[in-house]
Design a binder for this molecule. Sequence first.
Ligand SMILES: [Mn+2]
Length: 495
Amino acid sequence: MHTAFSKRILFFAVSFLSCTYLFAQPAPVSREEDDLPKDYLSASFHAGRREALRQMMPDNSVMAVFAYPTRSFSNDVEYLYHASPDMYYFSGYKEPHSLLLIFKNEQTDSAGNTYSEVLFVQKRNAQAEQWTGKRLGAEGAKEKLGIPMSLNGEDFKNFNIDFTKFDKVIFDRLPADVPNDARDKSDLFDMIQLFRQKTALPEDYSKEKKFDNRSYREMTAKLREIKTPEEKDLIRKAVEISCLGQNEVMKAVRPDMSELEIQGLHEYVHKKYGAEGVGYGSIIGSGENGCVLHYEENTKTRVGNSMILMDVGAEYHGYTADVTRTVPAGGKFSDEEKMIYQLVYDAQEAAFKTLKDGSKWADAEKAARDVITEGLIKLGIAKDKAEANKYYPHGLGHHIGMDVHDRGTYTSIKKDMVITIEPGIYISSGSNCDKKWWGIAVRIEDDALITQDGYELLSHFAPRKIEEIEKMISQKSALDNFKLPPLKSAEKKGF
Ligand SMILES: [Mn+2]
């Protein structure tokens, strides 16, 4: 609101000034870009990432980055394409059917042009674009992404490049199940075929030193795990938006809501703040459903007074958050729920205390697990460590970024990494403990930016403490008055 208003004042001032020198001009046509977000990663960010990669690459090598394949949703409908993280990171290109070649050493083509990277993109096609949206095309890629050697995918075939001259050809494992559109002779399938031909790639290339999948993973992990200032800005937004979603849901939640409705409220808040989607399937597990670690069906029609485990991450301009809150739908935790919740909270705090530049993943893991093991034994839920581990069956956390489980290493924790800390306890019915604990599932997940001496809790916007959560739930929500008419078709069938 504020920005639009000040822009209008600015525009008015500019028009007024120009009128003093010129006669009335026709009102400028507002360009489409004026209504687009202004905080995307810049071409110079992507250029900087390519340069950082080049520094790591061995001499006389080339790295090939293929975009992810498209996927079928149903019949002739495809899943909405999600920008391929490595392709986006190194080029800014978001479309499928693309290939980026990055060279360690400058190359010269037959016309004498020098280049250090080549980007092959989807060719512009008015008919296809009417159906599936605008394509950037080779010219657009040159102009917007600042990659002078941007070509159409079909140009890869005759692109004069002798792969035999390189000591190393570095690429990720080639996907085996790439769909082949027979009408398109330069889609991803064809580009991979051509790549195999041009590099004379043997069927089993894993043993050949020249072809290197391992260092692809290593280099991209080392780069992507350390976030640049531009990336931190976007992650901060994604995390804050996710927290505002959690808060609004806490305020709005009622026992007669369904898991789907709660999912919808989170995702509505995300989109209200400009997050394009979610970084993974939203998990809304009420009661026992919280025990299913990646529960994404969200089909329970009434959450009742049970706790709801809500693991939901907004994705903002390609970067995803990953935040989990477990809250009582009825407003108050029961005594048993409180005890389990507090244990998970204490485990999370213990892990936080270990975090700083140079600390170890293993130490954070151990700190959290020790608290949970000791606590479960004390409560009589587990006899020993092995039994306690069954109630906490996953790891402590992971890197986040363009992927929710982002590329990264898991030994040392370093400054400018962004990681999740997410201990949990899941006691399903039938567990070998007193029935009063059955059906209790708690996960608390926060996103931490590692600093020199500690960490910054990016997800501090959403409460974690028992009293603070109960207080948030007792507040009114803007969504309380959002009432829709009942379904007529449901009434007739008596649903
Ligand atoms: Mn996670």
